[in-house]
Design a protein around this ligand. Sequence first.
Ligand SMILES: [Zn+2]
Ligand SMILES: [Zn+2]
Length: 626
Amino acid sequence: MAEKARKTLEERAQMSDIERLRHSCAHVLATAILRIWPDAQLAAGPPVENGFYYDMDLDHRISPEDFERIEAEMKKVVKENQKFERIVLSRAEAMDMAQSGRLGGLTERDAPSKFKIDILENIPDDEEISIYQNGEFTDLCAGPHVGFTSKCKAFKVMSVASAFYKGDANNPQLQRVYGTAFPNKTELNAYLEQLEEAKKRDHRKLGRELGLFHIDEEVGQGLILWMPKGAVIRQELQDFISEELRKQGYSQVFTPNIGKLDLYRTSGHFPYYQDSQYPPIVDRETLKHLADEGCGCAELSNRLDAGDVDGYLLRPMNCPHHIKIFSATHHSYRDMPVRLAEFGTVYRWEQSGELGGMTRVRGFTQDDAHLFCTPDQVEDEIIGCLNLVKKVLTTLGIDDYRVRVGLRDPDSSKYVGDPEDWDRAEESLRQVASTLDVPFTEAAGEAAFYGPKIDFLVKDVIGREWQLGTVQVDYNLPRRFDLSYVGADNQPHRPVMIHRAPFGSMERFVGVLIEHFAGHFPTWLAPEQVRLLPISEKYHAYADTVAETLRTIPGLRMTIDRNSEKVGAKIRLAQLEKVPYMLLIGAQEEESQQVTIRHRNRGDLGSVSVSAFLEQVGTEIRERSL
Ligand SMILES: [Zn+2]
Ligand SMILES: [Zn+2]
């Protein structure tokens, strides 16, 4: 995506206090860099989420070893308490400064400021040209800024990366120096600690260490292989969600991962959105036939788009399959709503640069469902979806979340369907959101092209916000597939469809949970729940007896560590593998027919009878305690 090097004046005026501070720090950074490397050619230096950056062309390759030196120079600029001064210039004056290297520089230089000249040339004629000056540094900038450099009290140079000028690969490659800044040291330190904690919790790192999932180049990028331990977690979650869905009157269905292109022509997914789909599958017979006719690849592609050649598509969505299940039988208003649920696997072609771990993938399983209802059932159905989300998140100890109501962008024409339907659907979502005791915001332009939606944003234990899934109201697909039910008036009526995948995908959800729990899954989700640690070979027999008793809990995931290691080493290994319960078994335990409990987080919990432990762990699992 092309980055906007300059924001419009209106966007500038809306800059928040923290953005103003961070953008000012970008100027301080630029001043420091020019003092160290006077030849640096500066491009753009905007605030970004959690900080700011400045792009520059510079012969010296900036490395982390330079950060301390840059920060020291920045501190000097802050200490000098330079005033940020806004100066309005004519286009010619600004161009003169750029030509002499003075704009985006400290003094006149041999080389003109090439990027500033380019930016200047692209400023619309009716826009005022302003520069900001602090001390000896002058930059082309619309502002706004803080008053003085001394406001930049807490900042840090974070990293350096390469970036193309204006984000375009045809342009020169620049160095992008990132920094962060906060109003005070306390907030900066809290942020740095959070980053440190996030690194420890990174699901890619923990997923590897705990053997939860694997990505294999030979299988393909963005395609997750769930290893046995990861599969346990996913299955437990699916069982839990399915249990709740049954309580809410959903029907489970199963459908295949591919469908004919015509299905997606009707739904509108093909040939639109091709960029985010795997290419169509055409059978060999047809391909051979086309080749004999002299049809080349480009022509085949065109014929597929036009619908002259049929094929199959790896499904990008589950909706069309569920629609076909709905339309396969006759429906009366009395059996509405129809709620069809499936953990449905879909495939999307994400750009390879965007892939990483479980949060951005090319194949994933949605906790999907489609509700077909009458127009006056929409609100109740949405409330049902929200209650389910509440139940699941609360059980997982995620109490902090909000919803965002995504509405149309009033200036865009990309939306399909009747404006009246849109008004109704938006009003329903607003209504529902206002009755929840959950904070909600409205966001224009966040709607799907076929209807408005509600997004769930959850905050994890270290304060990061994650976007999970959505609930979408859709008047469009029922029309495209000509769906109907018979109303009380004996006439056919069009149902409304609700798409809902509140946790997004199992991949993303488990990825978020790995980080939320830092790998310490509660006992009911833990891949291994109990490990018996006999302190020597002499006690293997008693360990087997204990295991026998524990097996009365169906499906309890338990192992016996029969290695000849010392018990201290066995404990360390179990801790490392984040097993919730370790049961130590030696002479004392055998004699008293007890076990000594050690908990992963709570340490030594003393000795109890085997039946007492059985009772305790059984309840913990059954109640899905945290
Ligand atoms: Zn500026
Ligand atoms: Zn759907």
